[in-house]
Write a protein that binds this ligand. Sequence first.
Ligand code: HEC
Ligand code: HEC
Length: 428
Amino acid sequence: MKKLLLTLSCAVFNLTAYSAVPLTPEQQLGEALFKDKNLSFNHNQSCETCHSLSPIPSLKGVQGIVPGFVDPSNVKGISPISVGSIPRTTGTLNAPSIAYASYSPEFGWDEDEQIYVGGQFWNGRATNLIEQAKKPFLNPIEMAMLDELDVVNRIKSNPKYIKDFQKIYQLTISDTSSNKAIQDTYTALAKAISAFEQSGTFNKFNSKFDYYLAGTTQLSTTEKKGLDLFQGKAGCSGCHKMDVTVDSNGNNIPPLFTYFGYDNIGLPRNMAIPGNPVADVGLGGQEGIPQTEIGKHKVKSLRNIDLTPPYGHNGIFKTLDDMVHFYNTRDVLKKVKDNNSPEFAKTAWAAPEIASNMNTTQIGNLGLSVIEEKAIVAFLKTLTDDYPLWGNNPAAVSIKDGRVPENSPPPIISTKNMPALKIPVRIK
Ligand code: HEC
Ligand code: HEC
C-alpha cells in the first residue's frame, strides 16, 4: 500500500500547507468565485453556502472557533442534507468537508492493488477537483443554473472578473459567440476554484496531532490510548491511513487519514432525509463501474472530523460517539426497523441500507470497551486544525501544558527540510 500511495501522490497538485502563505492571484479569483452567490439561480447560494469558510459563532466549543468547510445547518443538526438555490429543493447526501480534498488523486483503477481510488464526491464520479467544480452550478438541487452560458453570463456581468480572467487566463470572457469560448471560460472558472481549494485555507496541517508528530506538544493519556487503538485493536488506520506520503516536489505530506479508496461500512438508511430517497449505490452506480462496487463510498479523511457532523454519506450519525459505537458493535447488537427507533445507536442498529459488499472482516465487531470507544473519540478530536487557537489552556505556552503558543506556524510546513516525523509504530 505504501508504494501505491507514493505513486498516487505524485499526481497531486502543487500544494501549500501553510495557511499564512498569501493566495496567488488565481487562488484569489477562485475565492471570489467560490463565495459568489450571483452564480446561482436565485442569487442566493454559493459554494460557501454548503462548504463554509467560517466557524459557526453560535456554537459552543471548537465548532465556534475553527471552520469545518461544511454546511452550518448540517452541523447545527437542522438537517443531514442541504437545501438548493430553488426553495424546497433538497439533496440526498451529506455535504462533506472539502478540506484536504485536493489530495485525492485522479479517479482510476489501481492495477497493483486491484481497487478503485481517488476522484471527488462520495462515489468518485468527478475525476478531479476541476471536473467537480463544474458540477454544482448546473445541479438543479444545488445552484440550479440552466447551462454553462447562463453561468458565464453571470460571471461577465462583473467587471472585475473580466479583468481577472484576462490577466490570469488570457480569456476574453465577454465573448460568448462560440461554444468554445463559453467552454474555455467555464473550465477556467473551475480551474480557479480548484486552485483556491489547493491553498493553505483548506490544507492547514496544524492540528494538535500535527504538533504532536513534530514533537512540540503532547497528547493526553486518553488521546494517546485512542491513537494506539486507532492503529491497533480497532484497525481504523487500515482504511483511514496514517502513512506519510510524498508529493511531486518531494515534500512530505503528513497523514491524511485516508487512502481515497472505497468501501461499504453498512450504514443503515437515514429516515431523516426529506423525501425518503432511494438508497445511494455509491461507486458501483456509475457507468462502466461493475456491480461488485455497489454500496461502496469514499473513505474520508478524518482531519477536522469533530467539526463536521453529521457523519457518513447519508449523515445518519449525529456524533462521533455513535459512529465509533457503530464500528464496534454493528454486528453484535440487535436490529430495529430504522433510526427512528429510540433504541437505535444505544442498544440496537438497523439493517444496512445496501448489504452487498459490506465489509465484515475489518469492522462490525471490534470488541472495544466503552472506555476504549471514548478514547478513540478523544483521539479523533486531536485532528482539528488551528490548534494554537482552540487548545484549551490559552495561557499556557509550553509543551508541558500540552499546548503551543498562539500564532505558532504549522509544525509540518511542506518542505524537504522538515524534521523526520515521529509516526507512531502500529501496535499489533
Ligand atoms: C447545496 C449545497 C452545495 C453547494 C452549493 C455546493 N456543494 Fe459541494 N457538495 C455538496 C454535497 C451534498 C456533496 C456530496 C455530494 C456527492 O458526493 O455526490 C458535495 C461534494 C463536494 C466535493 C467533494 C468532496 C469529496 O471529498 O469528495 C467538493 C470538492 C465540493 N463539493 C466542492 C464544491 C464547490 C467548488 C462548489 C461550488 C461550485 C460546491 N461544492 C457547491 C453540497 C454542495
Ligand atoms: C474497511 C475500511 C474502514 C475502516 C476499517 C474504518 N473506516 Fe471509517 N470510513 C470508511 C468509509 C468507506 C467511510 C465512508 C462510508 C460512508 O459514508 O458510507 C468511513 C467514514 C468514517 C467517518 C465519517 C466521515 C465523514 O466525513 O462523515 C468516521 C468518523 C470514521 N469513518 C471513523 C472511523 C474510525 C474511528 C474507525 C475505527 C474504529 C474507522 N473509521 C474504520 C472506511 C473505514
